[in-house]
Design a binder for this molecule. Structure first.
Ligand code: CTP
Length: 399
């Protein structure tokens, strides 16, 4: 969501200003056009040259820049997003009061773009009712607040008030720019490979890391959906994203059927075992007893079950990890399992699929549609899969 977007990065005078340098670099790396504004306080902590060198245009510091008579309106009107990092108590007070005392506060008043503020200050200041009241005013006006963390503060103190991590700030910027096109929908996602026990210490598993499924769940959450993630691997919890941990195909089946009844979209990204040991030994099988014979039985195909008893209006997305005849297998699987969309990848290709942070997929629709997603991060691929879901749902309401 950041690529090609114009972001004004306001930096105010706190010790955490040095961390805004990293935020600036990451926004630029993500393809955003970053215009930095430093307050006079910020310039006590970090040199202007640092931001000018990293950002997309030189730092601006004054309302009285002779090159531009109205820099605040140029910056404010042209912005897709304003991020204030760090935001001092003074900045929060001025912004809440609507005071345009410098270029940054004037820009904040001159913009209609979403605004993200990232407060950082000593614990006593952070907890002061005046600061909290100002934040409540800003939140009520729709400003997104990236809460500070607990940790080491200036002067060796430890407490609440340390600037949030660059990861959290960039994610908030991304979220602020995201269209909530899945708002009001319940999206059920599965992730990870199942483990089918042989005995209390051994299992039959597969190479799925769960990264693609988790990325889909996080993207759906960012796009406004209520998300249930049924996962065999640990996953981050966010408000509005509930995680159900499972291990086996049978546990996954039970959790999926429980959540699928009211799901608008089901994304079966998990690598579910096709076979499991017919009997599980109670005790560890000892080596000296000889090589055991493990009899396998088929598991139920959860995706096919969902496809054959489809909830009206539900969109079902299956996955297929293939090594040969990818397109033909995908089209066959799409029909065989009754899915609406099938995301196929060639896991024999370099940097694609299992355990990688990148993926390249083809998304086949039961309406004959085909979207190719070239090698990209799993987060990017997740958004393209959800784009396909949104387009499919839109076209099926028209059909
Ligand atoms: N799947 C499922 N339940 C299973 C096995 C797979 O829901 N017991 C789902 C996966 O989550 C994924 C898709 O089906 O969305 C993957 O199917 P796959 O295992 O590739 O298909 P198979 O029918 O096993 O076909 P083949 O072995 O011929 O590749």
């Amino acid at each position: 969501m950041l690529a090609g977007r114009r972001i004004v990065l306001g930096v105010t005078g706190g010790i955490a200003a040095y961390k805004a340098v990293e935020v600036c670099r990451r926004l630029v790396d993500a393809g955003a056009h970053v215009a930095p504004i430093m307050t006079s306080g910020a310039r006590h902590f970090v040199g202007e040259t640092t931001f000018s060198a990293l950002a997309s245009e030189p730092v601006q510091t004054s309302l009285w820049d002779e090159d531009s008579p109205i820099p605040h309106t140029r910056l404010g009107q042209g912005a897709d997003l304003v991020v204030v990092c760090p935001a001092t108590a003074r900045l929060l007070a001025d912004y809440a009061a609507g005071r345009s005392s410098d270029l940054l506060t004037a820009t904040l008043l001159a913009t209609r773009a979403p605004v993200v503020v990232c407060p950082a200050m000593h614990t006593e200041m952070w907890e002061h009712p005046a600061v909290q009241d100002n934040l409540a005013v800003l939140r009520r006006r729709g400003v997104l607040v990236v809460e500070p963390e607990a940790g080491r503060l200036a002067g060796g103190d430890v407490g609440h008030g340390r600037l949030a991590s660059p990861d959290a700030i960039v994610a908030a910027a991304d979220a602020a720019l995201t269209e909530p096109d899945l708002a009001g929908l319940h999206v059920l996602v599965t992730a990870g490979g199942t483990r089918e026990p042989i005995d209390p210490v051994r299992f039959i598993g597969n190479r799925s890391s769960g990264k693609q499924g988790i990325a889909v769940a996080e993207a759906a959450h960012r796009r406004g959906a209520r998300v249930t993630l049924v996962s065999t691997v640990p996953a981050p919890e966010h408000p509005g994203l509930s995680v159900v941990r499972v291990a086996t195909a049978a546990e996954m089946r039970e959790a999926v059927h429980a959540a699928a009844a009211d799901a608008d979209v089901v994304v079966m990204a998990a690598a579910v075992a096709d076979f499991r040991p017919a009997a599980v030994a109670d005790q560890k099988i000892k080596k000296h007893a000889g090589v055991p014979e493990v009899h396998l039985e088929p598991t139920e195909d959860i995706l096919a079950e969902l496809g054959s008893a489809k909830v009206p209006g539900q969109t079902i997305v299956g996955f297929a990890a293939e090594t040969t005849d990818v397109a033909a297998n995908a089209v066959d699987k799409l029909a065989r399992k009754g899915a609406d969309l099938l995301v196929a990848n060639d896991v024999s290709a370099p940097s694609v699929g299992f355990e990688h942070d990148t993926n390249a997929v083809s998304i086949h629709g039961s309406d004959g549609s085909l979207r190719e997603v070239e090698l990209a991060s799993k987060a990017e691929v997740a958004d393209r899969i959800l784009d396909a879901v949104v387009a499919y749902r839109l076209s099926s309401t028209v059909r």
